[in-house]
Design a binder for this molecule. Sequence first.
Ligand SMILES: [Zn+2]
Length: 308
Amino acid sequence: MGGMSDQPKTPETPGPVTEAGAVRGFWERLGLPGLVDVHTHFMPERVLRKVWQYFDGLGPLTGGIEWPIAYREEEDQRLARLREFGVRAFTAMLYPHKPGMARWLNDWAVGFARRTPGCLHTSTLFPEDGVAEYVREAVEAGARVFKAHVQVGAYDPGDELLDPAWGLLAEAGVPVVIHCGSGPAPGKYTGPEPVGRVLARHPRLRLVVAHMGMPEYEDFLGLAERYGQVRLDTTMAFTDFSERLAPFPRRALPRLAALGDRILLGSDFPNIPYPYADQLTALERLDLGDDWLRAVCHDNGAKLFDLG
Ligand SMILES: [Zn+2]
């Protein structure tokens, strides 16, 4: 055996890039302190299992598309993943599909936010008696964001029962992530018109249009252009999965660039049929530049939620 020191040094073989490594590499390259993800789902286990069953059964919400949930794991494992990914703030999007459920979900969400570092206390609502009262209670209890699901709830967001609740949320400046686009399957009240009527009455309401309004992208961009407090979340948009179903029109890219301070990263974790990093890659390949990515993936959310 000759002297080992004479041997040319072989560079260390890089290990396989882990999933967390890929996600962290994305925001580290941009010089960010992490990600802010406004659209992640946490709910009582029993409800979440039902949602997963629904996706498995190709229910109407999936538009009949195969939807293998990528992160079908225990809650603590899902939370550990977000920590590993470096998601410094995220939400617990939950939503009722019938009356009498929202208050109970909101009670659960208070406890979840309390025991979960990084979780922005999330609440929900439904057009029903008492909605203004429990929305007020949630805001007083420190809710940072609401979720409304027009398709699953099958209600008109312009329902007069909701009017005082929207007014209250507009006044308090609490954002509402709202699934109001007609993707992946339309509902009776999805699309830009019903929600447009709400905005006409409450122009300062901080609606965050989920999924970029998929597939009515351009109509919802129009609402954001018209109302300065309207934002859009990226949830599932631009990924290969969604581009096959509802491609984002290339001609709208300049509008997306111009609204760079009102687009927020959303992922739909854990209910996604692909790895988390796909959402980030999809945003990167829009080619709107690093400043746009920094704003969307962190800074806009940090500002909206006062994260410093
Ligand atoms: Zn979602």
